[in-house]
Design a protein around this ligand. Structure first.
Ligand code: 0X9
Ligand code: ZN
Length: 315
């Protein structure tokens, strides 16, 4: 904890020590959890923050892609704000939702990106019959897996879908954990970088979702507007992954939407728009995190207005 800081990017050990410290400092409202183990056997840890029984649930997945360091830096800053801010809007945000946050999902890849290859993206599970290592865990979920050119079958590709759905222990652990609490989850956000985008389902198809596309756009607009209203706020675009970016099959947010009935589900692509890309200077950590906080606050306010934060289960 002495070395943990948002002035630089922290490695996995530093993040875990910091998390232990947070759990020790806020024992009444936090609970640590482990969703499972990575291929290399590391525990994949998260924190639940809950101030009262019966809140709507928000899940934040972060750093499924190893090199996207701004995501765990932002997630940890966000956790700290939820627990320690005295601002009324942040207190309200913290205390009227149940938060489930996994700061580093792809733990093996994250360690590898710190120790060996800064631009590593995938998991670290070897591929049978290939010398290439790892799959794109954000193509590995069992929802329209490998459909419509949304992933690659080539183990050497950066968007390799894996040999079969949930072949990657990290994606499988997420699926098992989320399935177990899905009745409590109203919202899922998957933190990524970069491009400054809010991406809604679908990823695998250029069709829009039949049920609530308009609402998903309205909620995304609330996030984008709140970010832009900040003194140094940047511009976020929003739309479907397939429409705005490229087809993506088997991603977390599509699986959550399609298979787990979590009807507010986005990928958030943080700063920047390409000047530094994945290697975003640490001076961006706090501004990016402040944008995320403002954006999420506005997003949830809009969700509430539209009726998406009603309890899905009886307490
Ligand atoms: O390609 C990806 O997985 C994401 N972009 S990134 O540069 N962070 O790798 C975009 C994924 C967006 N789409 C879905 N989650 N469906
Ligand atoms: Zn990503």
């Amino acid at each position: 904890e002495d070395t943990f800081s948002w002035k630089r990017y922290n490695n996995l050990a530093e993040i875990e020590d910091w998390l232990d410290d947070i759990l020790a400092r806020y024992p009444k409202v936090t609970e640590g959890f482990v969703i499972g183990k990575s291929y290399e056997g590391r525990p994949i840890r998260g924190i639940k923050i809950s101030y009262k029984i019966g809140n709507p649930g928000v899940f934040i997945e972060s750093n499924i892609h190893a090199r996207e360091w701004i995501t765990s830096a932002t997630a940890t800053w966000f956790i700290n704000e939820l627990l320690s801010s005295n601002e009324e809007l942040v207190r309200e945000l913290a205390e009227s939702h149940d938060w489930y946050i996994v700061p580093v999902l792809n733990v093996d890849g994250f360690v590898y990106s710190h120790e060996k290859d800064r631009l590593w993206r995938k998991t670290r599970q070897p591929s049978a019959g290939s010398s290439c290592v790892g799959a794109d865990a954000n193509r590995n979920y069992n929802s329209h897996w490998m459909e419509n050119g949304g992933a690659s079958a080539d183990p050497c590709a950066e968007d390799y879908a894996g040999p079969f759905p949930f072949s990657e222990p990290e994606a499988k652990a997420m699926a098992e954990f989320i399935s177990g609490i899905k009745d409590k989850l109203n919202v899922l956000l998957a933190f990524h970088s970069y491009s400054q985008l809010l991406l809604s389902p679908y990823g695998h198809s250029s069709e829009v979702v039949p049920y609530n596309h308009k609402d998903l756009m309205q909620v995304a607009k609330a996030y984008a507007d709140a970010v832009q209203a900040l003194p140094y706020g940047t511009i976020y675009q929003y739309g479907t992954s397939a429409g705005l970016l490229y087809p993506v099959s088997g991603s977390t947010k599509d699986w959550a939407y399609n298979e787990q009935d979590i009807k507010i589900s986005y990928t958030v692509e943080f700063r920047d728009t390409g000047k530094f890309g994945f290697v975003l200077p640490p001076s961006h950590i706090i501004p990016n995190a402040e944008e995320a906080l403002a954006g999420i606050e506005a997003l949830l306010r809009e969700c509430k207005k539209l009726g998406y934060l009603q309890l899905k289960y009886k307490v």
